[in-house]
Design a protein around this ligand. Structure first.
Ligand SMILES: Cc1cc2nc3c(=O)[nH]c(=O)nc-3n(C[C@H](O)[C@H](O)[C@H](O)COP(=O)(O)OP(=O)(O)OC[C@H]3O[C@@H](n4cnc5c(N)ncnc54)[C@H](O)[C@@H]3O)c2cc1C
Length: 401
């Protein structure tokens, strides 16, 4: 391999930034590109459980120690608050069905996390990759503005609609559209309602499954001012089977959600009833993508995928960090001469593909179970709780635990 070893990372989401920190920590040259002009506005929360050890390995100690700053509520310590788990309720009664526990579990607000992690690393925003050229020496990324950048290996960490995946797999890269109406939107309440909701709901994850084949989750997104509850931002995720009604994706769905929540219990019923009149919510396509069992052609280890680009849905953030840790370890093996680039990336790919296939399939089954109340007790979250579908011991083969 001619020149200095360098990693091109496409995408400054959680997986791309975690890879960048891990490489920087280990003295491996890298650069991150993102098509957005700055960390983007879209915001949601993710649950971090079994990926904490990977983050500790990848992030500089001072950033890892400040993870609570990225939480929706920076003051929440799940252990102290005795809420080290998630809550799944019967939506009709509000009673707990199951509450899987995981020590140290926390939520991260994606926007705060990306803002914090984008500092002090080499990220070039406003660069959309539009072509990839594999050369005898490495790989060159071409961007929409006509610029190029060359490196030894390129990792596509460019999210669920990954361009790099499309480049690698063409038609096989197309996600599957799930047959559900999917709403995901933020809102603030009055100060009084916000305080009530904060007390009523589980602070990590509070979701309800309803006998009438419907799912609602109420989550905290941010507390910009801890002392002014009217500034707190919550968000609702709601899904139900698609009907023949056309244009669900072009219609404001808040009225429909209000109509559907009549026979729900709290906290879901109040959350929906308290949505301010000016809030609008459009349904978005509910897509999943499972890598093919044959994986992808990694061009002798020069092009691969991580995070949602490699497997979309299925404990997304935990798996993204698992990928990031595995990818950085693969690069360390190349750096030390223990493995060739082709061997190290092929090993990495084998883990990502096997684990990704399993996690996405579990997620698909879980999504169906959220809409099939009678069978819910047989579903993965009840049977498995919060854990990865494969062993996560560092350096293992990723086989089923
Ligand atoms: C509404 C919602 C709720 C979720 N809830 C959870 C949850 O509760 N728990 C959980 O574990 N996971 C959850 N996830 C999934 C989780 O957010 C992702 O798995 C995780 O953020 C990893 O993302 P990523 O870094 O792989 O991709 P992303 O965060 O999507 O980042 C991809 C980046 O690539 C950039 N990009 C895209 N195309 C290009 C291009 N051509 N050139 C350059 N840059 C490009 C994008 O701008 C973006 O910044 C949720 C996701 C959504 C959408």
């Amino acid at each position: 391999m001619g020149g200095q070893f360098k990693v091109l990372i496409v995408g400054a989401g959680l997986s791309g930034l975690a890879i960048a920190h891990g490489l920087k920590k280990n003295g491996i040259d890298y650069v991150v590109f993102d098509k957005e002009s700055s960390p983007r506005d879209r915001n949601w929360g993710v649950t971090i459980a079994w990926s904490h050890p990977f983050l500790e390995q990848l992030l500089p100690a001072e950033l890892f120690d400040r993870l609570s700053e990225c939480q929706p509520d920076p003051e929440l310590d799940s252990k102290q608050a005795k809420c080290e788990g998630v809550m799944v309720r019967d939506g009709a009664t509000g009673d707990m069905i199951v509450s899987p526990q995981f020590p140290g579990i926390r939520r991260l607000n994606i926007q705060k996390t990306r803002n914090n992690w984008s500092k002090d690393i080499n990220v070039k925003f406003g660069k959309a990759v539009t072509n990839i050229e594999v050369t005898p020496d490495g790989v060159t990324a071409h961007f929409h503005d006509g610029t190029t950048e060359s490196g030894s290996v390129l990792v596509g960490a460019d999210g669920g609609g990954s361009w790099v995946r499309q480049w690698l797999l063409a038609d096989q890269a197309t996600p599957q559209l799930m047959p559900y109406v999917f709403l995901n939107f933020p809102m603030s309440f009055t100060a009084e309602q916000a305080v009530k909701m904060d007390k009523m709901m589980h602070p990590i994850v509070d979701v309800g499954v309803h006998p009438k084949s419907m799912y609602i989750g109420i989550f905290l997104l941010d507390k910009p001012d801890l002392h002014n509850p009217e500034t707190w931002i919550f968000y609702i995720l709601a899904t139900w089977p698609k009907t023949e009604t056309p244009n669900e994706e072009n219609t404001d769905m808040v009225a429909e959600l209000r109509r559907r929540v009549e026979d729900w219990a709290d906290p879901f019923k109040s959350a929906v009833q308290w949505i301010p009149e000016d809030v609008k919510a459009k349904a978005v396509p509910f897509r999943i993508w499972r890598p093919p069992s044959s994986g992808w052609n990694n061009h002798n280890g020069k092009v691969t995928l991580a995070g949602d680009a490699a497997h979309n849905r299925g404990q997304g953030a935990n798996n993204a960090f698992r990928d990031s840790e595995r990818f950085v370890n693969a690069m360390l093996k190349v750096k030390s001469g223990e493995m060739s680039l082709k061997e190290a990336v092929s090993d990495y790919d084998a883990d990502v593909v096997a684990r990704g296939r399993q996690e996405v399939e579990i997620s698909r089954i879980q999504t169906e179970a959220f809409h099939d109340h009678a069978k819910f007790l047989e579903s993965p979250v009840v049977k498995m709780g919060i854990k990865p579908s494969t062993s996560v011991t560092n350096g293992d083969s990723g086989q089923k635990a």
